[in-house]
Design a protein around this ligand. Structure first.
Ligand SMILES: [Zn+2]
Length: 92
């Protein structure tokens, strides 16, 4: 008998990244808002996009960006540019 118990299913784009052994999610940066700012935040991080990632329902080039360095400070600045108070949470 087949079972899905214990099997991770990829639903969101980030799920696909997490299932790849070469990647490790070490922290998230998020903020509470009633506004839809995902595309504005993506526009603020526009250099080095992974084209077509996470933007199937909008006109952005991407919602995923490649950096050789830790981008936390850059992401926090973009959040604050749009009046958000970013929360950084480490993933254990
Ligand atoms: Zn977008």
């Amino acid at each position: 008998m087949l079972s899905n118990e214990g099997v991770k299913k990829a639903r969101w784009h980030v799920d696909h990244i997490n299932l790849d052994e070469h990647f490790k999610l070490v922290y998230t940066i998020h903020a509470f808002t009633h506004n839809r700012l995902e595309c504005l935040l993506a526009a603020g991080l526009q250099s080095k996009p992974v084209n077509g990632f996470g933007c199937s329902d909008c006109a952005c080039k991407s919602h995923l960006f490649y950096r050789l360095y830790d981008p936390a400070d850059e992401v926090v600045k973009v959040f604050r540019k749009y009046g958000l108070e970013p929360l950084v949470e480490e993933i254990l």
